[in-house]
Design a protein around this ligand. Structure first.
Ligand code: PRP
Ligand code: ZN
Ligand code: MG
Length: 214
């Protein structure tokens, strides 16, 4: 693999996609973003952009297949991959929360004892329950988590909340916040000297963009 370029992985489509692309462009990096293309070369910086499922990004960065990634801290933490978080990006803020049916009375975390909770975040949820001394059944599903209580699949959900509209439209209320998240830049631990230098240049540009905005 070419050790003189940076491969930057960003989310193909989802909450982080637009702001991730915008950040790269604001750093002055130009590339041709053809529809449906999953890999593109930058034209004025030694970089390639990969468009991936966000959940896959920490693993690619750990393996060094991508050198940098932009992901939600929620995804990075859940993955527990061995990567460096090199910068907090300040966008795509959200929280990982527990929700229950609106008509359910809820007095506190002890009410979850013995219940089943559907989630895409079994690791973060497991840690939270354990630290609160609660034993519940974690039901891992990969998407459309918020439907679970209304179809009898689980008593509660643990999922990402941003505006809150997904919870609301599925008859749920937010009862606990277990993790606060924003987009972060993660880097592989095995960068070549050239790649580390490129990363430093990129971070310098990102910080300048952030300062200009504040
Ligand atoms: C999250 C979560 C909800 C939605 C909540 O999905 O799974 O579906 O956002 O947002 P809201 O509070 O504004 O309605 P995410 O964008 O992380 O996508 P993914 O789970 O498909 O990766
Ligand atoms: Zn996802
Ligand atoms: Mg979702």
């Amino acid at each position: 693999m070419n050790k003189n370029i940076l491969r930057i992985a960003i989310q193909k489509s989802g909450r982080l996609s637009e702001d991730s692309l915008k950040l790269i462009k604001e750093c002055g990096i130009r590339f041709d973003n053809g529809a449906g293309k999953l890999k593109t070369d930058a034209t004025n910086f030694p970089a390639e952009i990969l468009f991936l499922r966000d959940d896959d990004i920490p693993g690619y960065v750990e393996d060094g297949v991508a050198h940098l990634g932009i992901v939600g801290e929620n995804v990075s933490e859940e993955s527990s991959k061995n990567v460096d978080t090199v910068h907090r990006l300040g966008f795509s803020k959200c929280r990982l929360s527990i929700g229950v049916l609106r008509e359910h009375e809820y007095a506190g975390v002890q009410d979850l004892e013995g219940k089943s909770i559907a989630t895409t975040y079994p690791r973060l949820l497991g840690k939270y329950l354990e630290s609160n001394g609660v034993t519940a059944q974690i039901h891992e599903i990969s998407g459309s988590v918020e439907i679970a209580p209304s179809i009898g699949l689980a008593d509660a959900v643990c999922d990402i909340v941003s505006s809150g509209s997904t919870l609301l439209s599925n008859g749920l209320k937010e009862v606990e916040t277990i993790f606060k998240s924003e987009a972060v830049m993660i880097a592989s631990k095995n960068l070549s000297d050239v790649q580390q230098d490129l990363l430093d240049q990129l971070l310098f540009r990102i910080k300048s963009v952030q300062v200009a905005k504040n």
